[in-house]
Design a protein around this ligand. Structure first.
Ligand SMILES: [Zn+2]
Length: 279
């Protein structure tokens, strides 16, 4: 299904893109456009750059990666010279550059999966150009788009150890990356922190304001209640991991021994990571 661009807040445009049903957001200021997340490849990011012209002629001057995962950050090079001149400034969490290294185990694993996924993905791998952010955020940063601000915050670990939240205060919009998922369950991968995720959501909820429109990394925008409910599910997973770990249940037996709000497949990495955090 082909999605369209939606103006989720004043001059804040978002669209869900396949593959991966990943959300890209374009925030338009007087001095230029900030693009949040860049899809899986330069070719896919080029589609974004072209489609943004439908609603603004302003240059893309800033790119923000919510986190390092391939579907959010591997199109960065589209917004740099020689493809774009002058280049945009690329922002991300301070831990991100290491995740753009081809020798990084997570990168190597994704590349392996892409090559195995068929000729279309293999072609993407062949044309890959990984460019990390150079504007690095430890805790917080603010970007002035000209007449409006973009606030970047790291509220702690969860989906990864290097997720950024982005708030556009004058539009009441918050971009959550994959810390919030609407089109599927929360994604616990082998780089996630299941035992810390709920507390991160608590801090983000305190920060975002009562009427925030929250744009997930995948799916449709949601409100605080949805995030609170998802926080409850993540907390339930963490509590069950802690209970089973304390009872001496082996990780391999935890899916069958516990009571869970997710399927065994969705839980597998959460349990592995949770046990690693507790041990
Ligand atoms: Zn992700």
């Amino acid at each position: 299904m082909e999605h369209e661009w939606h103006e989720v807040g004043e001059r804040v445009f978002r669209k869900r893109f396949d593959p991966c049903d990943v959300t890209v957001t374009a925030v338009v200021g007087t001095d230029g456009v900030a693009v949040v997340d860049t899809r899986c490849s330069v070719a896919e990011a080029r589609e974004v750059a072209e489609q943004i012209r439908r609603f603004t002629s302003a240059p893309v001057r800033w790119v923000v990666n919510t986190h390092a995962h391939f579907d959010h950050a591997w199109g960065n090079a589209e917004f740099l010279a020689p493809r774009q001149d002058p280049p945009a400034r690329i922002w991300g969490h301070a831990s991100l550059p290491a995740r753009f290294d081809l020798d990084d185990p997570f990168v190597a694993d994704i590349l392996r999966q892409m090559r195995a996924a068929g000729p279309e993905w293999a072609a993407q791998v062949a044309g890959l150009e990984l460019v990390p952010p150079t504007e690095l955020v430890h805790e917080s940063a603010t970007i002035d788009l000209g007449g409006r601000l973009l606030e970047l915050r790291h509220h702690g670990r969860g989906h990864t150890d290097a997720d950024l939240w982005i708030r556009i205060p004058d539009a009441g919009v918050v971009l959550a990356g994959d810390l919030v998922e609407e089109s599927g369950p929360p994604a616990f991968g082998l780089d996630s922190f299941p035992m810390q995720w709920a507390a991160t959501l608590d801090r983000a909820l305190d920060w975002m304001g009562p009427d925030a429109i929250i744009v997930p990394g995948h799916g449709e925008p949601v409100g605080r209640e949805f995030v609170s409910t998802q926080r409850g599910m993540i907390d339930a997973v963490a509590r069950e991991i802690a209970r089973l770990h304390a009872a001496g249940v082996k990780a391999a037996d935890a899916p069958a021994e516990g009571t869970w709000p997710l399927t065994t497949k969705e839980l597998r990495d959460a349990i592995a990571r949770g046990y690693a955090e507790l041990t």
